[in-house]
Ligand binder design. Structure first.
Ligand code: FES
Length: 94
């Protein structure tokens, strides 16, 4: 199991390793807005404040979208992130 800390609401939840951050956020009722859920709208953008190394690598679509925003590497699209270890995240949105 991995621990995910949603910082804005101070919500700490556990989930099986390899679960998508979207699924974890939905199950926990975390305050993250999802639009497309396919990595193309950016409404789910988060700042990974701890545990970036525990997140699966971004796919080409996510990488291109975030590059278009000039976002730093610790910003990800929650709908595309697979969690492999403990992380702390802060919701940013677009
Ligand atoms: S919900 Fe649209 S990019 Fe994640």
């Amino acid at each position: 199991m991995v621990k995910v800390h949603f910082l804005l609401e101070d919500l700490l939840v556990e989930a099986p390793e390899g679960t998508s951050l979207q699924r974890i956020a939905d199950a926990a009722g975390a305050d993250i807005t999802f639009g497309c859920r396919t990595g193309s709208c950016g409404t789910c953008r988060v700042h990974i404040t701890q545990g970036l190394q525990h997140c699966g690598e971004p796919n080409a679509e996510e990488r291109d979208f975030l590059k278009g925003l000039d976002a730093p590497p610790d910003q990800r699209l929650a709908c595309q992130v697979i969690v492999h270890g403990d992380v702390a995240i802060e919701y940013l949105g677009l």
